[in-house]
Design a protein around this ligand. Structure first.
Ligand code: NI
Length: 253
C-alpha cells in the first residue's frame, strides 16, 4: 500500500474534516503516514496524531524557517518527545534560503544541533533544503556521517541526488514530478535507483496534477506513483510496493 513519508495533517487546512479524511485512507490505498513537524507546537500535535491513529507515525523537529525564535528551553522541551514510541524520525530540519526569514548562521546552528539529536536518539533525519544546495551538502557530509534519512521535496539536480544516494539517503518525490515544469525531478527519478525513492505528499501543499494548487492529501500519491511508473516504464503497483519497502527501511518500521 501507499506509504506517505511526509505529511502535515496538523495543518489548519485539515481542521474541518481531518477525521473523515484520515478514516478514508485505507480505501484510498494508503497504508502508512508519517506526520512531520515544523514548529514547536506541531511537534506535540504530530505525536498526538500518531497516538490517535494506528497507521500514523510522527517526526519531531524544527523547520529552518521556524528556528529564528527557537529557545533552548523549547528545544529541551521537544527532546522529551523522542521517548514516545511512535516517533520515527527527526524532522523536518535543514536550510531554507528561499524564504530567507532566518539568518543563515542561525539556521545552520539548529540544523547541526538537530543532526546531533538524531545521532543521540538513533533516528533517521528528514531534510528540508531549498536554494541551499552547497551549504546543505557540506553540513551533511561533515555532520551526518553514519546517519540515515531522506532529502524531502528534492529540488536539486540529478548529480546532487546521486551524492545523497551514495551517502545512503533516500530521495523524497511528490507532486512536483507530475508538473509540466518538473523536468529536473523527472530526470532525477529516471537516473537514481528505484530503491532510493520514497513517496511524499507534503500535504496540504504540493498537490500533484490534476489537483495542482488544491489541498493535497495522501490519496493523491497514486498520481505521483503513476508518473514515476511512466518515467521508469514499470507499473504503478511496482512503484507503490518498492517505495513502501523503502519507506519501511527508512523509518525502521
Ligand atoms: Ni514538509
Amino acid at each position: 500500500m501507499i506509504f506517505d513519508t511526509h505529511s502535515h495533517y496538523d495543518d489548519g487546512q485539515f481542521s474541518e474534516d481531518r477525521d473523515t479524511l484520515l478514516a478514508s485512507m485505507q480505501e484510498q490505498g494508503v497504508g502508512t503516514i508519517v506526520n512531520v513537524s515544523a514548529t514547536v507546537e506541531s511537534c506535540r500535535e504530530s505525536v498526538e496524531l500518531a497516538e490517535k491513529y494506528p497507521f500514523v507515525y510522527a517526526a519531531v523537529g524544527i523547520h529552518p524557517n521556524h528556528t529564528g525564535d527557537l529557545t533552548e528551553e523549547d528545544f529541551a522541551g521537544i527532546q522529551k518527545l523522542y521517548q514516545e514510541k511512535k516517533v520515527v524520525a527527526v524532522g523536518e530540519i535543514g536550510l531554507d534560503y528561499y524564504w530567507d526569514d532566518v539568518p543563515h548562521e542561525v539556521q545552520k546552528k539548529w540544523f547541526i544541533r538537530q543532526l546531533e539529536t538524531a545521532r543521540e536518539q538513533k533516528l533517521p533525519v528528514i531534510i528540508h533544503s531549498r536554494d541551499a544546495a552547497a551549504d546543505t551538502l557540506y553540513i551533511m557530509q561533515t555532520y551526518a556521517k553514519g546517519l540515515e534519512g531522506v532529502i524531502h521535496c528534492f529540488s536539486y539536480s540529478p548529480e546532487v541526488a546521486k551524492e545523497y544516494v551514495k551517502m545512503g539517503f533516500y530521495i523524497g518525490v511528490g507532486g512536483v514530478v507530475t508538473f509540466k515544469n518538473g523536468k529536473k525531478l523527472k530526470e532525477t527519478v529516471a537516473r537514481i535507483p528505484l530503491e532510493s525513492i520514497v513517496l511524499e505528499t507534503d500535504c496540504p501543499y504540493m498537490a500533484p496534477e490534476p489537483f495542482r494548487g488544491k489541498r493535497n492529501q495522501s490519496g493523491y500519491l497514486k498520481y505521483v506513483a503513476e508518473e514515476i511508473a511512466r518515467i521508469r516504464e514499470i507499473t504503478p503497483e511496482e512503484v507503490i510496493a518498492q517505495t513502501e519497502e523503502n519507506a519501511r527501511r527508512l523509518y525502521q518500521l
